[in-house]
Design a protein around this ligand. Structure first.
Ligand code: 5RP
Length: 222
């Protein structure tokens, strides 16, 4: 199977999992990326059983709206049945690196608000230790250099993502060379640097459920 077929497979498994929770008035949280795009496209088939979606990016909002699914602001949503999103790396303890699409700040907010994060990945995303994927750090533009200096002191090699501005109007530093052996500590340490909006480690807000698309089917990690 191709990687894209595995992404579709795991998106189908996520829909199967959330299906019993859907009702015409319900709200579902939706992430960003090519795996989530499959999930959004599948949601279109059950849109009569969804009240609205809360989206983590402008790109996903547009895709949802294109399918006729109403997108509401998080501030208008009382509760979500679940939040479904992909990841760039998944460690053995289900801690993640996200933000390959630069949307991790909103993704973390919506995931936390939903209370149940279902992470959908193909098998290529599984790692023993986080950090081979450069860690995305969203920064306020005026603090880019000072944050980069601090990240270098911590052993990383931060590189500004060229030609990219987040939906929040900020810059992204992709930090190469970090060995994220203690994700919760690294997440807090980096977020404590003045000027950092949020980094792509999901440890404090790791998913409750991880579905993995493999050549022999979908496996579940909880
Ligand atoms: C976007 C993300 C994505 O979930 C992550 O990059 C995975 O993307 P894909 O499903 O395209 O592999 O964190 O900010």
């Amino acid at each position: 199977m191709t990687q894209d077929e595995l992404k579709r497979l795991v998106a189908e498994a996520a829909l199967e999992r959330v299906s019993p929770l859907l009702s015409p008035g319900c709200v579902i949280g939706v992430g960003t990326g090519s795996t989530t795009n499959h999930f959004i496209d599948l949601l279109a088939g059950v849109k009569a059983r969804i009240g609205a979606a809360v989206s983590s990016s402008d790109a996903s909002s547009q895709r949802l709206a294109g399918h006729g699914i109403e997108v509401i602001d998080l501030n208008e949503a009382d509760a979500m049945v679940a939040y479904v999103d992909g990841a760039d790396e998944v460690a053995l303890d289900n801690a993640l690196i996200k933000g390959g699409g630069g949307a991790h700040t909103r993704e973390k907010i919506v995931a936390a608000a939903a209370g149940h994060f279902i992470c959908i990945v193909d098998q290529s995303k599984l790692v023993d230790t986080l950090g081979a994927f450069p860690l995305p750090v969203e920064v306020i533009a005026m603090a880019r250099s000072s944050v980069a200096r601090r990240l270098r002191e911590l052993g990383g090699d931060p590189r500004q993502r060229p030609g990219f501005t987040t939906d929040n109007g900020n810059d992204i530093l992709d930090v190469h060379g970090l060995v994220v052996d203690d994700p919760a500590t690294w997440e807090a340490l980096i977020n404590n640097i003045p000027g950092v909006v949020d980094n792509g480690i999901f440890a404090a807000n790791r998913p409750q459920t991880v579905l993995v698309g493999t050549a022999s089917g979908v496996t579940l990690r909880e």
